[in-house]
Design a binder for this molecule. Sequence first.
Ligand SMILES: [Zn+2]
Length: 374
Amino acid sequence: MAKVTFNNRNNLFFQSLKKSVDAYFQETGRKKTGDWRLYSKALVLIPLSLTCYAFLLTTTMPVWLSLGLCAILGLSIGSIGFNIMHDACHGAYSSKKWVNTLFGYTLNAVGGNTFFWKLKHNILHHTYTNIHGVDDDIAQSKLLRQSPTQEWWPIHRYQHLYLTAAYSLTIFMWAGVRDFEKYFKKKVYNTPISPMSWQDHAIFWFSKAAYAFFYVVLPIMCVGWQAWLIGYLTMGIVVGIVISYVFQLAHAVEGPEFDAVGLDDKQIETEWAVHQIKTTANFAPGNRFINWFVGGLNYQVEHHLFPRISHVHYPALSQIVQDKCKEFGLPYHSFPTLGQAIASHVRTMKQLGQKPTIAMAATEPAQILSESAA
Ligand SMILES: [Zn+2]
């Protein structure tokens, strides 16, 4: 597998930024990990999910109410992912390792797997952001062309129209297909996984079995398979659409750049932190509800620079990052509202769905990769 490296010998930008961020924490006396602002979310979101689940399984109610509760359950599961799981898997939820490990398992409770997530997200996505060939986030499905160097199919012309429908399948694919592919192929996208211990194997199978029991078997026993199917689809569609849009709005919008690696090793000209700045965007920074709900993932620029700092600090760090970007002549991509970011994402996907020109295709690593393979 080709290696991608950054020019980190001259990491003047990150050194200077880190100094200012460390000074902020020193001045305020705050810890870099989560605090009551984060823990209060766990106290709202986890009981909210369990209450919705218990009501749905034990109470007879009108169809509109049960569908509404399934949608709320989907939203709260998505928010647990953004706020609790995501911070915990980055080691940012708490300064105590065991607390991060414990809350990281909320991912297994909603259908995923922390072992694969940490490689897929913490390493491949956070290091090689928007680099086709390594970043698994821009290789979600052959039906979606998520970077300019990916192979083009005629159906991609319409991808901006079926985007939301494709996103709605995310959680079903993740829980039921993608994790098993990673497990049996022993790789995440093109990157081989490190050997799994017997505990990793046991946790994988135990959590998949628990997911099947709590999300399929037990609900069917309580409400029948038809009501379960409608409820499960409603919940899963809501989770899939919400998590896909929130993660895609950070990188697949106008402004952020894409790169690619083919068969040969690649050296990125800039330092890692500058690559993050160039490939990432924020949205709706002034919207306090969105910031609360998406676990600070509307401040993805700050998150990509400091993934081990809890999201509750990102609004405060944002001005420091913006000032530093100005000082170093770097862009700072940010969409004022959620609507503007979604519109930009749809335009970006429409653009990526157009047939590439021959001149472009000739220099594309993906094309070179497929030609070599053929
Ligand atoms: Zn992250």
